[in-house]
Design a protein around this ligand. Sequence first.
Ligand SMILES: O=C(CO)COP(=O)(O)O
Length: 254
Amino acid sequence: MGRKFFVGGNWKCNGTSEDVKKIVATLNAGQIPSTDVVEVVVSPPYVFLTQVKSELRPEIQVAAQNCWVKKGGAFTGEVSAEMLVNLGVPWVILGHSERRALLNETNEFVGDKVAYALSQGLKVIACVGETLEQREAGTTMEVVAAQTKAIADKISSWDNVVLAYEPVWAIGTGKVASPAQAQEVHAGLRKWFCDNISADVSASTRIIYGGSVSGSNCKELAGQTDVDGFLVGGASLKPEFIDIIKAAEVKKSA
Ligand SMILES: O=C(CO)COP(=O)(O)O
């Protein structure tokens, strides 16, 4: 088992090359727990990926924010999984709710993307999460289970997947899920894995939370049994990201 705490920083579509230099300098100077305790991955926009990868301390890895659903070729504007592998980028974020909502990525399309990225040797941070409407209608578990199933249907191993539960209503809103709300869905997803995949996958797959995670709420969230880390948006561009990485200590001492 031993699910190592995982902290991802999703920079989304933000930053100039000057901003990127500053963020990297902050990350390089910060005191963070050892890689035995926490796995840290930051995800800059494509154009900064190689710069960040080469300037960042080796304990922090990089992820792309997306990649194409199959082998590269005549797909203008896309970046393929093979290219990321070629550049030594180990991780990719797939199925983020912003892409699902704004670019119409369906559950099936996300499942195909995850399968292709894994087949090329990338590790995947796969995102699921319900909208406010869906939560209010009481369909949260149904929604995240369907999103997870669409991925499960296409892959044969969860070894290189981290599942990020990101309730859409909590993203960029400052409205964080309460620790109990997060724990409830994480436990539900773990049960879904147990019932539909295996007890082993349920016990070993990291399920991380994303949605308005900050330096002030991260410890309490990290204290929840089934919260194995975070996917951080806005706060990952700020020095408080270091404090969020340190929330891994809560788990260590638990
Ligand atoms: O979408 C997110 C991470 O992928 C969360 O974004 P915020 O932390 O800005 O709410």
